[in-house]
Each structure stands twice: as structure tokens, then as C-alpha cells.
Design a protein around this ligand. Sequence first.
Ligand code: NI
Length: 252
Amino acid sequence: MALHDDEVARYQREGFLKVPQVLTPEEVAEGLEEATAMLRRQDTLQWPSEAGVVMDWVASPELESRILRRLVLHPVITAMAERLAGRPLRLFKSELLRKAQVGSAATPLHADEGALPINGAPVTLTAWVALVDVPEQRGCMTFWPGTCQLVLPEDAEALDTHPEVAFRPRVTVPLRAGDCTFHDARTLHAAHANTTEVTRISLATVYMDAEATFDPERFLYSGEGMTDPLSLHLKSLGAGQPLASEHFPKLR
Ligand code: NI
């Protein structure tokens, strides 16, 4: 399974791409069983908001689970990521995400770049793999095409009312279990609350330029106080140091 040239061109223009069924039904079933058990047994980190918890997650699940490591470094997904990026990549991090049934809050409009401590990286992208069906009412993502090309305010509230954003078309992308979206770290996106009786479970993996270096200024507000293995490792790095240790394997 490989991408067509027109899909790569569309990704480069719009900053996101949906790819149906990157996982087989067997991989989905095995991944979901493992993910469900892990979310039940492990402490999670939380994204709080005034309206409630947006989502919670297990950081770096691939360190604990061979099954999830296979999905994080899945040959089809990583080959597509490198094709879209047009260059060699490394794993930056993976998160096993949960958006709880009835009662979760909407995911605010944001771009991921501001929370990733990666220096002026020419390419950073996320593969977001659905492990359950994710229709709109379960909190699938909405993307603002082409926003990866714009220079936008970093402040989320300014972003919401910014004319370049408020009047721009957006695309809501429901996913079947086993479907995946790729999005550039600068592409704006958001999601509704989950109003269904089924928990939204997905695996979001961030891949970065193989030459990327550490930017501690961004880490200050995204990683301070975190004690997961990746955050502890990042705390040991100096500004501008290559993100090239065994925490960040090359994809091939
Ligand atoms: Ni995001």
C-alpha cells in the first residue's frame, strides 16, 4: 500500500491527508485490546479545559508494549510519513489518546508545533490512527487546509477570531477504525466533544526530521513537571542538541 503522487501533492498543499485502512482488521483488534488494557491499568496525563477534560493519554506506550511499538513504527505508516515529509524521519514521541464518552470537552483549535520542543524543524508531522470508529460526534478531527503555510498568532484565543482562520474553509474527517490521518505540526485542527457512549481511542505518533534538534524554550511550558521517560530524557538535553539518541529511532 503506497501513496499516489496526487495524494502527496494534496498533503503538501493542505497540510493533512486521510488514508483509509492503513491497519488490517487484525491489527486494529489486537491494538485496541492492548490499548484498552493499558488505559485501564496506567496513570494518564490530562489536557484540562474550562469545559472539562479534553482527553487523557498514556505517554510513550511503545516503551511498555510490543504490540503498540509495532503500530508506532508500522512499516506502512512510517513509509507514508517519510514520503509525505520528503526526507528521512525519526520517531519523536507517541501518545495513546483517550477522549472519554459523554462528558469530554471539545479539543480547542490549535497547531501542534507550539507544544513540540523541536527547533525550527523543517518537517514534523503526526500520524493519528483510529482504533475505534470515530464519527463526528465521537470527536473526529477538523482541519483548516493550507494553514501550515500561514504565519498565525500563537495565542489560542487570538487564533480563534483571526480573520485568516475564522473565514477559512475547514474539513471534518470522520475515521473508521484502522484509518489514519497525517497532519503537519503547523496545520490548525480541532475536534468536538465525544457525545457518544463509546470512548474514542487512538494512537498519535509524532515523527520529526532526522536532523532535528532540541528547543528547550518550547519544552518549558509543554514538559515542565512531567516525569514520563521522554520528558525526563529531554530535561537532560541542552539547547540545540540533536534529538538523535535511542529515544528517537530513525524510521529506517
Ligand atoms: Ni493536536
